[in-house]
Design a protein around this ligand. Structure first.
Ligand code: NAD
Length: 365
């Protein structure tokens, strides 16, 4: 049965294909931009410079200083560069970190953005930026944050290392999974989410087996786009809350943490969302979606233990494979102190059990 819903489309122009990077200069001209600052991460500085060289008359140079979790200090330094160079537009090349810095600048300046994503994180499709100051992450949503144009070029993803392809792809799946049971979900987003989950579930093991498999890369990027649309359109729940809390408290890596937590968060919510579980099982071709996602993480070679990803424990207990009550209890308390809406009420003992299993890398229960 169709439940009442509200659906708000996010206005963005999306260009998808092979070799679409060549379209950047015409998109800059179409927007009437004259001084475009290209933003990226240090490892992608060379590619950013090569991209900026495609539009020399309209370039304000390259700023390859983006790092994960968008620290405010990096943004403030970037704001000085924007002012010095008189930039009137932003071009982000990279994953969620490069796009995050571009968004943080756009939030402060209103400058239009063109995003060229090179991972599957999906940030390019959302009007949201999470900024970090003194180890605490604050999320802001504002229409100015949404890129005006997004250019997906499969060529750029061919260099994404297999391990990062796997975890980045499961990070994307997490957006779609939570969109299926979002409080403000709707039938359009549910269709996109199921399509996206199926595409990534098929593509990721093929990419890890053969990183040069262009058809699999294309299907994964297509799925990642749809997952980003899901993330940008509806609210997220327990899974994203857990990952944001873990990332903020312990500095855990973004995509890897999503990969380790997702099966457990879904298993936690499963009793409250039987209809969603039936559709998800069908999309994954399984009778146990949380286990299928845990196995997918294994098939792509991802680390499934939060302990191995850097979540601290205490001596003795850590050696025995247990995080301490303090570490797990403190994380649960932080989740409960400022919770996101969730389809199943948040219960401290069950959340402790969830985190304890994820800490040890056990299958979801
Ligand atoms: P990332 O952007 O930090 O990229 C990871 C690493 O891979 C970097 O060193 C990068 O230089 C490299 N890399 C990226 N693409 C590559 C490619 N094609 N080939 C080779 N190397 C490549 O990681 P991410 O997972 O894409 O993004 C994580 C960040 O994005 C986090 O800060 C997260 O909070 C944020 N994020 C925000 C949203 C949102 O909607 N606001 C959504 C998703 C992620």
């Amino acid at each position: 049965m169709i439940q009442p819903f509200v659906y708000t489309a996010q206005p963005a122009r999306v260009i998808f294909g092979d070799g679409t990077l060549a379209r950047v200069p015409e998109e800059i001209a179409r927007l009437g931009l004259r001084r475009v600052l290209t933003v990226s991460t240090p490892p992608q500085a060379g590619k950013a410079a090569a991209l900026a060289a495609r539009f020399p008359d309209r370039s304000a140079g390259v700023l390859a200083e983006a790092v994960m979790h968008t620290p405010v200090a990096v943004t403030e330094a970037a704001m000085r560069v924007v002012a010095e160079r008189g930039a009137d537009g932003l071009l982000a090349l990279g994953g969620g970190s490069a796009i995050g810095l571009s968004k943080a600048i756009a939030l402060r300046t209103g400058l239009p953005q063109i995003a060229v994503p090179t991972t599957y994180a999906g940030s390019e499709m959302t009007p949201v930026v999470g900024e970090t100051r003194d180890g605490a992450k604050t999320t802001r949503s504002d229409p100015r944050i949404l890129p005006t144009v997004v250019i997906y070029d499969v060529d750029l993803t061919m260099s994404l290392p297999p391990a990062l392809s796997g975890t980045s792809g499961i990070n994307a799946i997490a957006h779609a999974v939570e969109a299926l049971y979002a409080r403000d979900g709707n039938p359009v987003i549910a269709l996109l989410a199921l399509e996206a989950i199926g595409a990534l579930h098929r593509a990721l093991p093929r990419i890890v087996a053969d990183p040069a498999d262009r058809a699999a890369r294309t299907e994964a990027l297509y799925g990642a786009w749809l997952c980003g649309l899901c993330l940008g359109s509806v609210g997220m729940a327990l899974h994203h809350k857990l990952c944001h809390t873990l990332g903020g408290r312990f500095g855990l890596p973004h995509a890897e943490t999503h990969t380790a937590v997702l099966p457990h968060a879904l298993a936690y919510n499963a009793p409250a969302i039987p209809d969603v579980m039936a559709r998800l099982n069908a999309a994954l071709g399984t009778g146990d979606a949380p286990l299928a996602l845990y196995e997918l993480a294994g098939r792509v070679g991802a680390e499934r233990s939060l302990r191995a990803l850097g979540m601290p424990g205490e001596e003795g207990e850590e050696e025995a494979g247990e995080a301490t009550g303090d570490v797990i209890g403190g994380t649960v308390a932080a989740v409960l102190a400022n919770p996101y809406w969730n389809p199943r009420p948040l219960e401290a003992p069950a959340l402790r059990d969830l985190l304890s299993r994820a800490y040890r890398g056990l299958p979801p229960a």
